[in-house]
Design a protein around this ligand. Structure first.
Ligand SMILES: [Zn+2]
Length: 264
C-alpha cells in the first residue's frame, strides 16, 4: 500500500495553461504527467500509488468557490482524496470551511506565499480556530518556495507558534517542515505534534538532513508525499529508500500514518 499525501491537479482546461506557467516560475522543473485527473490516475497506477491527497490552492478570494467545487467533484473517485482551500481575504472563508466539511472534505491546503499572508499573522486566527472546531486537517506549504522571493511566509518557528490554535485538528507541514530550513525544523518542530510530509525531496534534500529530521521527530508523524507533478512517485520512493530506515518506520511513512490520519 502506498499513499501520496501531497499532489496537485487542475481542471483539464486550466491545467493546459497553468502547468507551463508554474513550470516557468519554478525554474523549469519537468512535470511528471499533465496535472489532470486522468493523467494523475495513470501515473498512480503505473507507479503503484493506491491513494493520493489532492491539494488545491485558492490564490484569490474570487477563486475560492471554484477551487472547492472542483475538489468536491473529485470526492466520487475513491483513490483520490481532495482537500479544499480558503483565501484569507475572502469574506466567507469561515462558512466555506463549514461547506467543505459538510460535503465530507477532510482537509485544506494553505499556501502563505501564493495567498499573501504570514503563517502567524493575527488575521489568520479566526480561520485556524474554525478549522480546529471542524477537525479538518491543514497542510501548509512550509519553508522556501522556489517560485517566490524572500521573505519566507511560513517558517518552522511560525508553525510552532500557531500550532496550539489548531487544538486536536492535525497540522501537516509540507517539505519536511520547511523547505531548505532544515536546522530550524530540527530546533523548532521535531518532537511537536505536527506532521511532516516528505514531498519534493528527491534531488533537492541531502538524505542525511531528512534522516536526522525523521529520527528526531519520530516516524509516527511523517507522511510520504511527492508534490506531483513536480516530482514523481518513483523518484520520491527512491529518496525514502536511500534513507535506510527500519522497515516498520517505512511502512508508517508510506501509508500507515496516512491511513489513520485520513480515517481510511
Ligand atoms: Zn506542493
Amino acid at each position: 500500500m502506498l499513499i501520496d499525501f501531497h499532489t496537485h491537479i487542475f481542471p483539464d482546461n486550466i491545467a493546459v495553461k497553468a502547468l507551463p506557467r508554474l513550470q516557468q516560475y519554478s525554474g523549469g522543473i519537468c512535470p511528471c504527467g499533465e496535472a489532470t485527473v486522468s493523467s494523475q490516475l495513470k501515473v498512480m497506477a503505473r507507479q503503484g500509488v493506491d491513494k493520493a491527497v489532492l491539494l488545491s490552492i485558492a490564490t484569490n478570494p474570487k477563486q475560492q468557490r471554484n477551487v472547492n467545487d472542483f475538489a468536491i467533484s473529485l470526492l466520487k473517485d475513491e483513490s483520490l482524496i481532495p482537500f479544499g482551500s480558503v483565501h484569507p481575504d475572502s469574506e466567507d472563508a469561515l462558512t466555506e470551511l463549514e461547506r467543505l466539511k459538510s460535503f465530507g472534505i477532510k482537509g485544506v491546503k494553505l499556501h502563505p506565499d501564493y495567498q499573501g499572508f504570514f503563517a502567524d499573522e493575527e488575521r489568520m486566527i479566526p480561520i485556524y480556530k474554525k478549522i480546529a472546531e471542524l477537525g479538518l486537517i491543514t497542510v501548509f506549504h512550509a519553508g522556501v518556495d522556489i517560485g517566490f522571493p524572500e521573505p519566507v511566509h511560513c517558517t518552522p518557528s511560525m508553525l510552532k507558534r500557531i500550532l496550539p490554535l489548531f487544538g486536536d485538528a492535525p497540522v501537516v507541514a509540507a517539505h519536511l517542515g520547511g523547505y531548505l530550513l532544515y536546522d530550524d525544523v530540527v530546533k523548532q518542530l521535531c518532537g511537536t505534534d505536527i506532521y511532516l510530509d516528505t514531498s519534493f525531496s528527491y534531488g533537492t534534500v541531502p538524505p542525511m538532513y531528512a534522516k536526522r529530521i525523521i529520527e528526531k521527530h519520530g516516524a509516527d508523524r511523517v507522511l510520504f508525499g511527492t508534490d506531483m507533478p513536480w516530482s514523481s512517485p518513483e523518484n520520491e520512493l527512491s529518496f525514502i529508500d536511500s534513507l535506510q530506515l527500519e522497515e516498520s518506520e517505512k511502512q508508517k511513512i508510506l501509508y500507515k500514518n496516512a491511513v489513520s490520519l485520513l480515517k481510511l
